[in-house]
Write a protein that binds this ligand. Structure first.
Ligand SMILES: [Zn+2]
Length: 328
């Protein structure tokens, strides 16, 4: 059976279009009808023309036309002849770049995963961004009494800050340059929100901690400035948690990484292997199902898939957009 779908193609910088694609299910593939699609911060960079290099996880060649989308979930409508893990009607979350920004997508069987019980389909469709951010929030290893500074109040930063609060941090400081995102962080439990456009976050953190610095810093802003400010804001012997996908070279002031004996945690897991993901993803999503980490307030704007041009134009310029979704 051939499934015809509308799917997003990035023809060049700022030039996005819905085209018609025919999906033919391979032996070890599934075809999924999307419930909801998310726009990732990385999609925003691609839209601006910054395509990342090919990696083990990101297997597309950097070049246009570029098939867009990796955050979605929905219902399996077809399975290949050698697929035994899933059947038609199963609800799945996507973990992989398979032109998911579409009504339907086709994926190798290892790049989808069953929706855990208790997770509604709007959130399950964001299983990948939620799971990755939650994984980082858990890997940060926040303990009772810790002071935690999260640089970046985008989707991941908001999730990680909520994890820190739920884990019993003494003080959670969120840093961004967008007022709207900072207000949201405070509504969701951050103790202090710092606008780095007007205030020096390093000084604010030093003042709040009597010169000590934060016990844990999380870099989820993806800028050279944020990485260096996080470095300066961390206490002696503190933990630097790195989350962002920075695809252009940056200049780092890393003397303190050496002299102050920082522990460096790489929490940008991407997806690890299929086997590992089956274990960590449902586990990382548990606090969301429990309501300890709130996701619905982070879904700030919704468009229809047909409005893809408007949606990307909006995402590229709006400062309040945390997670923008497209509904087929
Ligand atoms: Zn993403």
């Amino acid at each position: 059976m051939t499934v015809v779908t509308k799917a997003a193609v990035l023809k060049g910088p700022y030039d996005i279009e819905l085209t018609e694609r025919e999906l033919v299910c391979g032996e070890t593939e599934v075809i999924v009808k999307n419930h909801l699609v998310g726009i990732c911060g990385s999609d925003k960079n691609f839209y601006r023309g910054q395509l990342p290099p090919k990696t083990a996880e990101f297997r597309q060649e950097p070049g246009f036309p570029f098939l867009l989308g990796h955050e979605s979930g929905g219902t399996v409508v077809e399975v290949g002849s050698r697929v035994h893990e899933y059947k038609v009607g199963d609800k799945v979350m996507a973990f992989g770049w398979n032109n998911n920004l579409a009504e339907y997508f086709k994926a190798p069987v290892e790049e989808v995963q069953l929706v855990p019980e208790g997770l509604d389909m709007d959130l399950a469709s964001l299983g990948e961004p939620i799971g990755c951010a939650m994984f980082a929030g858990l890997e940060a290893g926040v303990k009772l009494g810790d002071t935690v500074a999260v640089f970046g109040a985008g989707f991941a930063g908001q999730v990680i800050a909520q994890c820190a609060r739920a884990a019993g941090a003494y003080l959670v400081v969120v840093i961004d340059v967008c007022t709207g995102k900072l207000q949201l962080a405070k509504q969701l439990g951050a103790h202090v929100a710092v606008n780095a456009a007007t205030d020096d976050p390093v000084q604010v953190i030093k003042d709040l901690t009597h010169g000590h610095g934060a016990d844990i810093v999380v870099e989820a802003a993806g800028t050279e400035t944020a990485i260096n400010q996080a470095t300066q804001a961390l206490c002696h012997g503190g933990k630097f948690v790195f989350y962002s996908w920075v695809t252009t070279p940056v200049r780092l002031d890393i003397s303190r990484w050496h002299d102050d004996g920082f522990t460096f945690v790489n929490a940008c897991l991407v997806h690890h292997s299929r086997e590992e993901r089956q274990v960590w993803a449902p586990r990382a999503l548990r606090p969301v199902i429990q309501g300890l980490v709130k996701i619905h307030p982070l879904i700030t704007h919704e468009f229809k898939v047909e409005e893809i041009k408007e949606a990307f134009a909006f995402v590229a310029q709006d400062e309040t957009a945390v997670k923008v979704v497209l509904r087929p």
